[in-house]
Design a protein around this ligand. Structure first.
Ligand SMILES: [Zn+2]
Length: 287
């Protein structure tokens, strides 16, 4: 069974080298060192659909050390951009062409870049901050505060009732697309509590027996998607129409048809690089 999207980069992140200026300079001068090409924050692909890489001479300004790929140091530029918060469908089309490893490497570079762009000023004293730890932090020269990249936990879940799972669509989805419900974990909440709250808020469905299935980083901008299943007490749905346009209960056969891309399926499945696809695949296989 395939791994969740944006995982499997296979890099040695080599945290111990991030503060070692001498080793970092050596690695940048290393003939095997490569610099990821980005268009703003989007991936640039070569003729074969692989991530395009350049050399470190092309680096202007700050850089991010992504890690070692079988000994070869990989870097990404620190891109100063106003184009943050984006999740263009054009990127989704590129992702459909990319290998899992390339998607994972680009995803990390995108998330980290987005975090830098959102944290240019110190949240404590308001001064301009500067990148340090080879891109894995920012430091405030005025008050000395250190700021580290954050990931936002998001629960994404299938409520299950009598052999069927609850799927919903947001108005901005492509025609026919249905997916698992999702929402941010809030301060003071466990994963289980967030799953139960989101299903109640968005669909009026009460659940118990929340079970973890899998997780994936989601680089729009920096979420950690935590996929779960939960048992619904009833199949009665009271939809929050401010967030969702429609909801359906799908059987295993219907889920399988959608995952197979069957045009007769009652809904269109989320793309393979989205964990909702992994979640549906594993739920179907697990029954
Ligand atoms: Zn400060």
């Amino acid at each position: 069974m395939s791994a969740p999207g944006f995982t499997g980069a296979g890099l040695d992140r080599a945290d111990h080298l991030r503060l070692d200026a001498e080793r970092m300079a050596d690695m940048m001068a290393n003939g095997d060192a490569r610099l990821l090409r980005l268009a703003e924050l989007d991936p640039v692909l070569d003729q074969q659909g692989r991530l395009a890489w350049g050399t470190l001479d092309e680096a202007e300004g700050d850089y991010l050390f992504l890690g070692l790929d079988q000994g070869a140091p990989l870097f990404a530029p620190l891109v100063r951009t106003e184009a943050i918060g984006g999740r263009a469908w054009s990127v989704f089309r590129l992702l459909a062409l990319m290998s899992p490893k390339d998607a994972a490497i680009w995803g990390a570079a995108r998330s980290l870049n987005e975090w830098h762009n959102r944290h240019r000023f110190c949240g404590i004293c308001g001064s301009a901050t500067a990148s340090y730890r080879a891109g894995w932090g920012r430091k405030c020269p005025a008050c000395g505060a250190e700021h580290f990249p954050r990931v936002d936990p998001v629960v994404i879940m299938l409520a299950e009732h009598d052999g069927r799972v609850l799927l919903a669509r947001q108005p901005q989805y492509p025609a026919g697309r249905y997916s698992a419900l999702a929402g941010f974990v809030e301060p003071g909440e466990s994963i289980e509590e967030a799953v139960a709250r989101e299903l109640m808020e968005e669909a009026g469905v009460a659940v118990e027996d929340v079970r973890y299935v899998a997780s994936q980083p989601w680089p729009f901008p920096g979420s950690l998607m935590i996929a779960c299943t939960a048992r619904a007490e009833s199949d009665e749905v009271r939809l929050d129409t401010a967030e969702l346009e429609d909801a359906i209960w799908a059987s295993r056969a219907e889920v399988d048809a959608a995952l197979a891309g069957d045009p007769a399926a009652p809904f269109q499945a989320p793309p393979p690089f989205a964990i909702a696809n992994t979640l549906l695949t594993r739920w179907s296989a697990g029954g």
